[in-house]
Design a binder for this molecule. Structure first.
Ligand code: SAM
Ligand code: SF4
Length: 327
């Protein structure tokens, strides 16, 4: 029987964080201060990840997104993708900051990657540096262009808008989607930043983004599966590209959530905002059988939270921040 939680939601998507390290320090994710990445011994090895993936496959998981931290900084991602393919996973995607993408695009595709999401928070190198604390704007755009020239096209490009830094770029991002033919997605800033600076005033709502783009170009909704996080739109004038609006704060989609997450140090999280996570690494290293692992995973998934409660008056952000969860 496939994985299901007690609310009857089928769980078919797994996000695997393969590292908690990153070559960027985005303000909405990491702190400017050095953070303590976990020692390598605490991070699941590729063999451990493949073993878990086999168990998840037997439990009906069919979609895997590889994330981090920054997945491309860990050597061996291509081999891992090829091993996932050999296990039978076909729907394999990755979320990356794009810094290393131009040079890795072909090898990722050859390994069996199907789709890629690239984070790009500004088209202006100065604002890009304010957000990511790097000067990689041009290399990320080169990465997106490489994807567009490859079998991974069209790229999904993710922007998190932070009021006062890059919220002036909504229309420029929409123009970027039209010029490049990419799927431009706006993700509402969530309270998962290491500095705990999140506030509603800093977040730009999906409704505002829609209003501003629609004032310039007529948008036509594209039907989407209820479990998809993004509301999708195409341009009525037939221009290439799409707009996706992801509104976890103002329009939560928890009722249709089909996702669970595995952190780089082997914890299973049933929600981005879970208060607790469940340790699979200890079980793996303790010599448990695949059947017992599957039994345990089934029981954890059964207890998946009904929703994230960001809007509840007593909401407390999780102790793990985004870079240590895997978005
Ligand atoms: N390093 C890769 C990247 O940036 O694409 C993958 C990991 S990153 C944690 C995954 C996604 O989470 C990115 O699209 C990033 O923009 C998003 N993200 C990180 N912190 C966030 C926050 N506080 N609110 C909303 N999205 C966030
Ligand atoms: Fe790194 Fe991605 Fe977090 Fe930015 S959002 S600091 S690129 S993990």
């Amino acid at each position: 029987m496939i994985l299901q939680d007690k609310f009857g939601r089928p769980i078919t998507d797994l996000r695997i964080s393969v590292t908690d390290r990153c070559n960027f320090r985005c303000v909405y994710c990491r702190s400017a201060n050095p953070e303590n990445c976990r020692p390598e011994s605490e991070i699941l090895s590729w063999d451990e990840l493949v073993r878990l993936a086999r168990v998840f496959f037997a439990l009906g998981i069919r979609k895997i997104r590889i994330t981090g931290g920054e997945p491309l900084v860990r050597p061996g991602v291509e081999e891992f993708i090829a091993r996932l393919r050999a296990l039978g996973f076909d729907d394999l995607s990755m979320t990356t900051n794009g810094h290393l993408l131009a040079e890795r695009c072909d090898s990722l595709l050859r390994a069996g990657l199907r789709r890629v999401n690239v984070s790009l928070d500004s088209l202006d190198p100065v604002a890009f540096e304010r957000i990511t604390r790097t000067r990689s704007c041009a290399s990320v755009i080169a990465g997106i262009d490489a994807v567009q020239q490859s079998g991974l096209a069209p790229a999904k490009v993710n922007a998190v808008l932070v009021r006062g830094i890059n919220d002036g770029e909504v229309e420029a991002f929409a123009a970027f989607a039209r010029d490049r033919g990419v799927i431009m997605r706006f993700i509402e800033f969530m309270p998962l930043d290491a500095d705990r600076h999140w506030s509603r005033d800093l977040m730009v709502s999906a409704a505002e983004v829609h209003r501003r783009i629609a004032a310039q170009w007529k948008l036509v909704p594209i039907p989407h599966a209820p479990s998809e996080t993004a509301r999708k739109y195409r341009f009525a004038d037939g221009a290439p590209g799409e707009i996706g609006l992801i509104a976890p704060v103002t329009q939560p989609f928890c009722g249709y959530c089909s996702r669970i997450r595995l952190t780089a140090d082997g914890k299973l999280r049933t929600c981005l905002f879970s208060k607790d996570d469940r340790d699979l690494r200890g079980l793996l290293r303790g010599g448990v059988s695949d059947d017992d692992l599957a039994f345990y995973i089934r029981s954890v998934v059964h207890e998946k939270e009904e929703g994230h409660r960001i809007n509840a008056p007593d909401f407390v952000p999780p102790s793990r921040t985004m870079v240590f969860i895997g978005g």
